[in-house]
Ligand binder design. Structure first.
Ligand SMILES: [Zn+2]
Length: 350
């Protein structure tokens, strides 16, 4: 290891479980992160500072002012410019550690692009905010035997667990079979999905969970994580309650038992979704849109249009429509799929 690198990581090299060999290995390792919100930004920051050599960040969203309270890689300017999170995060992390390769990929993970976006990485990291995408990641990971690190956070609590396909319980074992009712972790599992914007979220909760996730990722990449270490850890930063359990595999599990990958086959994933705000996302299309031309058209029609190289946003009161150049769109101000489809058809075209 060259002296500069040895100096940079000296405090981590001094930690006996990592040492110089472990550091070298980490610097030559890679991971892919799906979702770059509160958990994802905290996790990416920790891993890139720790010396992870290559991180791919896949995220479909753009930075908004309400993200700044907890999404630690973003700044006010990113929100003003409505930069895609993957782009803003990669830019910031490139300045944090110029030795690392950080790829920001603006995309919505789907059954169609899973292989293209996730293959070739030895570990998948969960930074998502919804169970559709997590179960898709789980299907992918279990079917390809790639470990992944599940995590979720809401309000003041969160949970995380490394999933080693074939060795530990998978996410479908946890969420699709019955878990003891009195389990704190079970309550957190259930609570973590539908309430992202109804009960809020503390940056501290995301910070704790992302920290635990980063340790699991580093141990995995160093070959030091085995099935007995793979506990489901949950915590509530407000009450200070922590719990670690060792969930059993469900022998009859849809994914890791019967090997039915319904999320990966696309049969379980809806075409319209959005978690975390009063919005519907249309992601059934895969085409290239000329945003500049669309912007000119909308401006001529009297709409107020904001436009950068990645997305175009315009208002159709009381809605706000954000269109990406792959044809994907987010319609804010409604939860009604029909309204969303109608606006898409009227302003962007079928
Ligand atoms: Zn399973």
């Amino acid at each position: 290891m060259d002296p500069q690198r040895r100096e940079r990581y000296s405090r981590q090299i001094l930690f006996a479980e990592i040492g110089e060999q472990g550091q070298e290995r980490l610097c030559n390792s890679s991971a892919v992160l799906v979702g770059c919100g509160a958990l994802g930004t905290a996790l990416a920051n920790l891993l890139i500072r720790a010396g992870l050599g290559h991180l791919r960040i896949v995220d479909r969203d753009f930075v908004e002012p309400s993200n700044l309270q907890r999404q630690t890689l973003f700044e006010e300017a990113d929100a003003r410019e409505a930069l895609p999170k993957a782009v803003a995060a990669a830019r910031r992390l490139g300045a944090v550690n110029s030795d690392a390769k950080v790829e920001g990929v603006v995309a919505d993970l789907s059954p169609a692009n899973c292989d293209e976006l996730l293959s070739g990485f030895p570990v998948l990291l969960d930074g998502t905010d919804n169970f559709e995408t997590r179960l898709l990641v789980n299907d992918y990971a279990v079917s390809r035997s790639v470990p992944w690190i599940y995590a979720a956070v809401v309000a003041s609590y969160g949970l995380t667990m490394p999933i080693l396909p074939g060795e530990t319980a998978c996410l479908a074992c946890l969420t699709e079979s019955s878990i003891p009712e009195d389990s704190f972790a079970a309550a957190a599992t259930r609570g973590a999905e539908p309430t992202c914007d109804t009960v809020g979220v503390l940056g501290a909760a995301a910070g704790v969970i992302a920290s635990l996730q980063s340790v699991s990722a580093i141990k995995l990449l160093l070959g030091k994580l085995n099935a007995t270490d793979a506990r489901l850890v949950s915590c509530d930063v407000w009450t200070g309650r922590f719990q670690a359990i060792h969930p059993a595999r469900d022998t009859d599990c849809r994914a890791c038992g019967q090997r039915r990958f319904s999320y990966l086959e696309g049969s379980a994933q809806p075409h319209l979704t959005m978690c975390g705000r009063d919005s519907v996302q249309i992601h059934e299309r895969r085409r290239h849109l000329d945003l500049a031309a669309l912007g000119r058209h909308l401006t001529a029609a009297g709409s107020e249009v904001r436009h950068n190289e990645f997305l175009l946003r315009f208002r159709v009161s009381p809605y706000e429509v954000t269109v990406f150049n792959d044809g994907r769109a987010i319609i804010k101000g409604t939860r009604d799929p029909a309204v969303a489809r109608s606006l898409y058809a009227r302003y962007i075209g079928a």
